[in-house]
Design a protein around this ligand. Structure first.
Ligand code: IPT
Length: 999
């Protein structure tokens, strides 16, 4: 073995040439299961000799393969507590860094403190499995080992390799024995390969993907290449299978029987697309083996600055997917992969970028089958060199050429026959270097049928796409018009500049879904759909990478980087998915589904029609059924189907809704909801699964009311309770209303900062700016209180110590028999912009009133947007209707506690609790203004200070916020500033509310 092979830039030694992944008649024996395992603190491992036949490993741990050892219950001999349940949080278990290398930058050297796991497996082979003892007869395959391994079989050294998320194979036919065999693998946590694997994710060593033995004829095909083009002008498919051995290609369904290398024209073939993933199955028989062929006919081209498949432009409605499981890390089973795909398809997602490495090959097979466009990314990211000012960056250093070529080759070779893969991405965040040019050239030669993406090089000279991460809406617009400013370092008007402007644009990452958010998904989608240049985008990201852990008291919680005793530390940055770590969809998942829905439904009351736009690229609307429903004050009064013709892709139709009955506007607020749902069950969702929803106010023309009378009747009104407000003589605040103990209302301008409020480093830090001027510590002063007849006016000023900024407020209460009306006026005073702290122009995250109610209240009903949370820039998934929820179920358990559970555009809400009068709070005139509300059992302060959800406990009161407005969510945790229009303007505002109660 090469001395210090783990620090070699050669990439690997002893391995077979990479070949396509496939299934075949060759016998496959899984070596997954229980292995012996011993962890050591240095690359020396357990020392020489562990690979030997008679080596005594009886005292070693047992570990399952595949798995990451840091997520298994194993012994860490040098830890303070050698055995604790995984995941260990003491720095000897999983480690998380975003961009930083967790070791000194001195490529290709790594520390001697390099945890090394020795694995041993003894396995029996029956005599018939080792009949052919020639070297090539059996292949030992590792689908993924993190980060560097050396391998011995029956005491004989096979070689070593790096490239964690890439397969590697060794020829072992000559070494296998009938009966007992011993496989020994030494895995190092850190290696030269680690310098190429600095993705923003957990460092998770081990044999984490399958280990397999494949018994194959020595003359079997190694390399084969399926060319399956589709000519959209003639409908003819062209099929050719090239192989490194002559063989016979058969696709019975197409009547194809041809030799390898022969080109066959197949008339009237059904092309493959993500929307209609038509596959033809067949075989390649050669060298004594029958290989399964899975053929999808499609042609990917770039023409006129647009990405086309089968001649049609396509739009990726995509997500960035890391492999993650809250218990098993990147060691995913097939069920989890299927679950991901089902969840994606149900959310209208049609594309995946395999950020930032090739996934388990089974995932791509599933994408072929279920239909998802794939941008497959190589396992290459050198982000941490940013801390060396990119000096020594591997793509720019010839010494790393072999290792980089090796990675690209292993990816392309493994997956080139997968129809779902339509774009190769060479790397993520690896700046620039000459080797990219070579890699790009190699891919073009090896696979001319797929374009190549590389986002980070500002020249885009080696990319077939222009691409960026996290642009603002304005910047994206400019890009759409091909009017983007020339990137820094590129000469305006130069060849690169002109070429880039002519390229299609692929939005490789946007909408950072960290914590509560992102906002603006609808805004981004509108722009992406508006310009021909765009082939869509990929939300960052699919799933939170948190681990299921327990605290000292045994309470379960989701662990993130910040919970690990290790520096450097990427903290909570690993929690930025639209699914929580356990794959529960977060509100962002539903918002995304609504924002990217492939059908737009736009009812219009004035014309009594609905406009239906089919945004699919290939499919007509025949797979969907459509219906309408008419609601008055959130209660359905009539519904029916809509007959929709099979509207073709990228076109629309206007349909007159004859059956919708007229309703008197006086009866209440009338809304028409139109839905599109699956007509039949698919392999990813049941029949009736809702794909798109559209709503509009339906103010009625017409005459005879067909409605069910006044809406209030359906609220189960009890006996009205008299208001009997009791005001505190000094503060003017309420102490009691309707006989219920109440505290407040006080002016509130703060919310528990969301991850996006916190921004990133020093930019867009709205939360920090707000705190710097004390928005989170207002003190309140009452200046006047006067009662004249039924009217009480209270006036005051609320603002923070050290500042002049404040809110001047006036609350006018008017008591009626069974109601009390409140007009709450707010005006901004003092320095809100250009504050003494420097440059801050602060706007408050919310503006409104906060009340404490008795803790016995436990339920809320409301008419407004729901059922999920909504914010001004994230409300596509929340429809207008009537909803009910318990206060506890209202809370969205973001793994880092923060503002959540808001509801915009509320008309009224009722708060209920056993034995308590039901309080009803309504917008006094909903045609003029609506309000936002949140309700929770703890204060915003408690929410802000909690580190994990289980730190929150019932305060004994229900805290109700009634807001003129809350600011939007944005995605500033990695992205642009919150757009101005989603902030709370520092302008005078009024909240008009009517309170009633009943028993
Ligand atoms: C970008 C990375 O590509 C991705 O891996 C992730 O870290 C994301 O940001 C943030 O969560 S890189 C960033 C510097 C724009």
């Amino acid at each position: 073995m090469l001395d210090r092979y783990w620090e070699s830039t050669a990439g690997s030694a002893g391995a077979r040439a990479p070949r396509p992944w496939t299934t075949s008649t060759a016998r496959l024996r899984s070596l997954n299961g229980r292995w012996r395992f011993r962890l050591s603190p240095t690359p020396a491992g357990t020392g020489p000799g562990f690979e030997r036949d008679g080596y005594d490993d009886a005292a070693w741990d047992l570990i399952r393969v595949p798995a990451h050892w840091v997520l298994e219950d194993i012994t860490v001999p040098w830890a303070d507590e050698p055995r604790v349940s995984a995941p260990r949080l003491d720095g000897t278990g999983p480690l998380y860094t975003n961009t930083a290398f967790p070791f000194p930058i001195d490529p290709p050297r790594v520390p001697t403190e390099n945890p090394t796991g020795d694995y041993r497996l003894e396995f029996e082979l029956p005599a018939d499995e080792v009949a052919d003892r020639r070297e090539g007869a059996t292949v030992l395959r590792f689908q993924g080992v993190d980060s560097c391994a050396a391998v011995w079989l029956n005491g004989v050294e096979l070689g070593w390799f790096t490239g964690s998320r890439l397969p590697v194979e060794f020829a072992v036919g000559h070494l296998l024995r009938a009966g007992r065999n011993v496989l020994a693998v030494r895995v190092h946590r850190w290696s030269a390969g680690s310098y190429l694997e600095d993705q923003d994710m957990w460092w998770l060593p081990g044999l984490f993907r399958d280990v397999e033995l494949i018994e194959r004829p020595v003359d079997a095909v190694d390399d084969f290449n399926i060319v399956a083009d589709y000519d959209h002008t003639t409908g003819v498919g062209r099929l050719r299978v090239d192989a490194d051995r002559p063989g016979m290609v058969e696709i019975p369904e197409l009547g194809v029987r041809a030799a390898t290398g022969e080109t066959i024209a197949v008339p009237e073939v059904d092309p493959w697309s993500a929307e209609r993933p038509r596959l033809y199955r067949g075989t390649l028989t050669a060298g004594g083996e029958r290989i399964d062929l899975v053929v999808g006919f499609r042609t990917v081209t770039i023409d006129g600055g647009r990405l086309l498949v089968n001649g049609s432009p396509i739009l990726f409605r995509g997500v960035n997917r890391h492999e993650h499981d809250e218990h098993r890390g990147r060691s995913l089973d097939r069920e989890t992969m299927v679950r991901d795909i089902e969840l994606m398809k149900r959310a209208n997602i049609n594309a995946v970028r395999t950020s930032h490495y090739p996934p388990h090959p089974e995932f791509l097979r599933l994408c072929d089958e279920y239909g998802l466009w794939v941008v497959e990314e190589c396992d290459l990211e050198t982000h941490g060199f940013i801390y060396a000012a990119w000096e020594g960056n591997p793509p720019a250093e010839p010494v790393w050429r072999d290792a980089l070529h090796d990675r690209i080759r292993r990816m392309v070779q493994r997956d080139k026959n997968s129809p779902s893969v339509v774009v190769w991405s060479m790397a993520n965040e690896s700046w620039t270097g000459d080797t990219f040019r070579e890699l790009r050239q190699w891919i073009r030669d090896a696979d001319p049928g797929r374009p190549v993406l590389y986002e980070r090089d500002p020249s885009y000279a080696d990319s077939d796409f222009h691409s960026l991460m996290y642009p603002s809406l304005e910047d994206l617009e400019r890009i759409g018009r091909r009017e983007e400013p020339t990137p820094e370092g590129v000469e305006p008007g130069s060849t690169d500049d002109v070429r880039r402007r002519g390229l299609p644009f692929l939005l490789v990452e946007y909408a950072h879904a960290m914590g509560n958010g992102p906002g603006s998904l609808v805004d981004y989608q509108r722009i992406l759909e508006a310009h021909e240049r765009f082939c869509g985008g990929f939300v960052w990201e699919w799933i939170d990478h948190g681990f299921a852990a327990r605290d000292a008291a045994g309470r379960p919680f989701t662990a993130h980087g910040g919970d690990i005793a290790f520096r450097p530390n990427g903290g909570r940055y690993c929690l930025d998915g639209v699914l929580f770590s356990d794959r529960t969809p977060s509100p962002a998942y539903f918002e995304l589904a609504a924002a990217i829905a492939p059908v737009a439904l736009e009812p219009d009351a004035a014309s009594g029609t609905v406009r239906i736009v089919n945004k699919h690229d290939f499919a007509d609307l025949s797979a969907l059924v459509f219906g309408w429903r008419l609601d008055v004050d959130g209660l359905p009064i009539a519904e029916g189907p809509i007959d929709v013709p099979a509207v073709g892709p990228r076109s629309g139709v206007q349909i007159v809704l004859d059956d919708v009955p007229p309703v008197e506007a006086a009866d209440g607020e009338v809304w028409l909801t139109v839905t599109a749902a699956l007509a039949d069950a698919t392999d990813w969702a049941p029949r009736g699964h809702e794909v798109a929803v559209g709503q509009a106010r339906w103010e009625t023309v017409g005459s005879a009311p067909a409605s069910a009378g006044p809406a209030a009747r359906s609220e189960e009104v009890g006996d009205p309770v008299r208001p009997e407000p009791v005001f505190d003589p000094l503060t003017g605040a309420l102490g009691s209303l309707f006989g219920v103990g109440i505290a407040g209302p006080t002016v509130d301008v703060w919310r528990a900062p969301t991850e996006n409020d916190r921004g990133q480093g020093s930019s867009n830090t709205m939360a920090a700016d707000g705190k710097a001027v004390g928005l989170d510590r207002f003190t309140h002063r009452t200046d006047a209180r006067a009662t004249v007849g039924p009217t009480t006016v209270v006036r005051g000023r609320s603002g923070p110590a050290t500042q002049t900024l404040a809110v001047l407020w006036e609350q006018t209460w008017t008591v009626g028999d069974a109601r009390i009306d409140l007009t709450a006026d707010f005006a901004f005073t003092g320095r809100w912009s250009d504050t003494p702290h420097g440059h801050y122009d602060v706007t408050p995250p919310r503006l409104g009133l906060r009340l404490a109610l008795p803790g016995g209240y436990d339920r809320v009903e409301w008419f407004g947007r729901g059922p999920g949370e909504s914010y001004v820039d994230s409300m596509a998934a929340a429809r207008i209707g009537r909803f009910a929820a318990s206060i506890d179920s209202f809370q969205v358990p973001y793994p880092v506690p923060e503002e959540n559970g808001n509801h915009v555009e509320t008309r009224w809400l009722r708060i209920l609790g056993p034995g308590l009068p039901t309080l009803r709070i309504a917008a006094t005139d909903p045609e003029i203004s609506l309000f936002d509300f949140t309700a929770r059992r703890w204060t915003s302060e408690a929410l802000e200070n909690a580190r994990h959800p289980h730190d929150l406990s019932d305060s004994g009161s229900v805290w109700l916020n009634l807001d003129v407005r809350q600011q939007g969510l944005g995605s500033s945790s990695c992205g642009p500033a919150l757009p101005e229009r989603y902030r709370v303007p520092s302008e005078p505002a009024t909240l008009r509310l009517t309170f009633t109660a009943e028993r």
